[in-house]
Design a protein around this ligand. Sequence first.
Ligand SMILES: Cc1cc2nc3c(=O)[nH]c(=O)nc-3n(C[C@H](O)[C@H](O)[C@H](O)COP(=O)(O)O)c2cc1C
Length: 213
Amino acid sequence: MIANTDLIQQLERRYATKQFDTEKKIPEDDLNTLLESLRLSPSSFGLQGRWFVVVESSDLRAQLRPHSRDQAQVTDASHLIVLCRSLDMWEEQIQLFINKIAEIREIPADSLDGYKGMMNGFVEGMSDQEITHRLTKQVYLALWFLLSSCAHLQIDACPLEWFDSKKYDEILWLEQERLSSCVVVPVGYRHADDAHAALAKVRFDKQKVIIRK
Ligand SMILES: Cc1cc2nc3c(=O)[nH]c(=O)nc-3n(C[C@H](O)[C@H](O)[C@H](O)COP(=O)(O)O)c2cc1C
């Protein structure tokens, strides 16, 4: 088990990395752990309407960089992870999910009819805009699983929202997969010259942001 002080030290050590060491690659084992942390992130009903695209190709990343305000992390980090929401999956996804529960928990799928009906009813009652909003929130939840796991493994990362989602969707053919990019995370190792690593963290005081009643 991780000690309280270690956890806080890990979270203090992490920072939004501006300059990555282009020579350092994340070992496959650690990369798999990061991806597993994304897969394990929770979602509403457990429906998992979020996908994770790992971009290693330097050619694709060179194409993406101008659509990310030319942020160097896009090309320079070891890997680029694009966190996406599903565009249209509901009925099919609910059925897939039901089948998966039945398989993993070794129960008949039709014993979950009530649950399935409840999920279908919930989704049918929502506008497209609402679904997008809800899914995006869940993508961000996965983002924090990823960032915390990076901190734990001493892998550096920088969440990026400053990018053109439409262009990413085009370049990575996400629309064909019925996905849309929400947030991008270059992951790798900080460059020794990244001055941001030494900057003191700026957070409001505990007394201000934590309200105990
Ligand atoms: C959702 C989100 C989007 C962000 N987008 C960018 C970005 O596009 N470019 C960038 O350099 N930093 C980006 N950041 C990093 C923040 O500026 C940074 O996390 C914040 O200043 C706090 O600093 P720290 O993470 O180093 O503690 C983003 C952070 C979050 C949470």
